[in-house]
Design a protein around this ligand. Sequence first.
Ligand SMILES: [Zn+2]
Length: 141
Amino acid sequence: MLTRIAKDFRWEMAHRLPLHEGGCRNVHGHSYCMWVELAGEPDEQGMVLDYFVLKQIVDPLVAEIDHAFLCDRSDKLIVDFLNSSGLKSVYVGFPTTAENIAQWFFERLKKLFSPMKHLRELRVRIQETERTYAEVAGSLS
Ligand SMILES: [Zn+2]
């Protein structure tokens, strides 16, 4: 029977949305929470995927951005500052909205989970705050 499991991952990260007309254009940060949900047929041990294995797969991606500035490469003001600062930063080719971060994680995690043939679906939910989230979901095949 198709069964879903999920685990949450948390990190601190700075960003800004340079084209936003409100407060989000300023440098600020969030305590991010990401839910990674997998659907599949449980194996003979009754597991869709061992939570320990799930953590081993996702943790390196989270460590890369924890306490970093996630910077849109087109944001020249911040790129110039970060390049000369030596501060931890990760550059991406999109505005760093929760929607785009969810899609970014979905695409990279899909590559990692797709070889596991008993897994069917992946869902990634990004929470910037306790009251909001963006979510991307799709098939793993
Ligand atoms: Zn923000």
